[in-house]
Write a new protein. Structure first.
Length: 76
């Protein structure tokens, strides 16, 4: 019985500490700040260094796309 109370008390303390930690994350918007200050700059640095095709140097032609034709249903 003593071991059960000790486990129950430890679980209760863990639950209370988890609740306090989650409340602090919510109250101070720590997840948003983490995304803005850590993840955002990392993603910007990553995607800004990607090689991209220069679209201003590619040829533009109106007839470059195939002609689309739709099958017409037969009249009844």
């Amino acid at each position: 019985m003593k071991k059960f109370k000790k486990i129950l008390c430890g679980g209760l303390v863990a639950a209370i500490l988890s609740y306090i930690g989650l409340f602090l994350v919510f109250f101070f918007d720590l997840d948003g700040k983490f995304l803005y200050y850590v993840v955002g700059p990392f993603l910007i640095k990553h995607y800004d260094n990607m090689p991209r095709k220069d679209m201003t140097k590619s040829e533009y032609a109106m007839d470059a796309f195939p002609k689309y034709e739709y099958a017409q249903e037969e009249a009844r």
